[in-house]
Design a protein around this ligand. Structure first.
Ligand SMILES: [Zn+2]
Ligand SMILES: [Zn+2]
Length: 279
């Protein structure tokens, strides 16, 4: 069975995330391992880590960590870049403590026009990070939504980065459907979807796509506007999302939803819709 789940809160303790996932009948889950909006990170509670490992094995939930949004390995400020490397080290340390295999990372962004320079800074930061390892956990680079200053919205960008960074550190990519769509791969169009598939094949390799973030989009294709929407209610739509999840290249890959969570019912409804899409 293909793992399917949502992003779950760790409020009340990291083990609580798995109880929430189990309540939703999830077989996959994504967590932040700490408050993703703060630089200060408290050590994990040992009892909660032990409970987390027990529950994950009991429930059989394929779990991934999403790294903090503050991390910017391509930042032009050396101070911010160094803080980012240190926090990313913490993310990987914590993933190893939890026994989680993958940490999903947005590779970085830069306010300058020179994307090449920003990409090489991200590569340098990742190689610096690699020297602080090793870890059992691997990083998955996530494609980003194509906003101004974005350096990782094209499959060529991700492939380029993977080629420049110690292979010990990188486990592959996480493909976000909303981000791909707003970055210019119009998933509603069959030819554009096929372009995405062939770019993934050429630049990444299908076997290195380890997670799909399955999100519909509020922003239009190519808008660069990263706003996730409920499955089937956005500019991608259920038909196009169904085409992607059932494509032979992607049909084994675990699915994680990062759809809006305004009411308790939202996750259940979105999960139900995805189950209906799966062939
Ligand atoms: Zn992300
Ligand atoms: Zn995502």
């Amino acid at each position: 069975m293909r793992p399917l789940g949502v992003h779950v809160s760790i409020s009340g303790g990291i083990h609580r995330a798995l109880e929430r996932a189990e309540d939703l009948d999830c077989t996959a889950a994504q967590i932040f391992s700490h408050n993703p909006r703060g630089w200060a990170v408290k050590p994990l509670n040992r009892d909660q880590v032990a409970e987390f490992r027990v529950l994950r094995d009991r429930f059989g939930i394929h779990t991934v960590v999403h790294a903090s949004y503050l991390i910017n390995l391509a930042a032009s400020s050396p101070v911010l870049r160094e803080k980012s490397v240190v926090l990313m080290k913490t993310e990987l340390d914590r993933a190893d403590q939890l026994g989680v295999g993958h940490v999903i990372l947005h590779p970085g962004r830069s306010s300058e026009a020179n994307k090449e320079l920003a990409l090489s800074r991200a590569a340098d930061s990742l190689n610096m990070l690699a020297r602080l390892g090793p870890w059992q956990a691997k990083i998955l680079l996530e494609n980003t939504g194509g906003a101004k200053g974005d350096i990782s919205s094209r499959m060529t960008d991700l492939g380029d980065l993977m080629g420049r960074v110690s292979s010990e550190l990188i486990g592959g990519i996480c493909l976000d459907t909303c981000h791909a769509h707003t970055a210019g791969y119009d998933l509603g169009r069959k030819d554009q979807f096929e372009r995405l598939v062939s770019e993934v094949e050429r630049n990444i390799g299908f076997s290195r796509v380890r997670i799909i973030h399955l999100n519909d989009s509020k922003g239009r294709a190519g808008s660069g506007l990263d706003r996730h929407q409920h499955i089937g209610e956005g500019t991608i739509g259920a038909v196009a999302l169904g085409r992607l999840v059932n494509h032979s290249a992607f049909r084994q890959i675990p699915l994680i939803l990062e759809t809006p969570q305004e009411t308790e019912e939202d996750d259940r409804r979105n999960l139900r819709r995805v189950r209906e899409l799966l062939n």
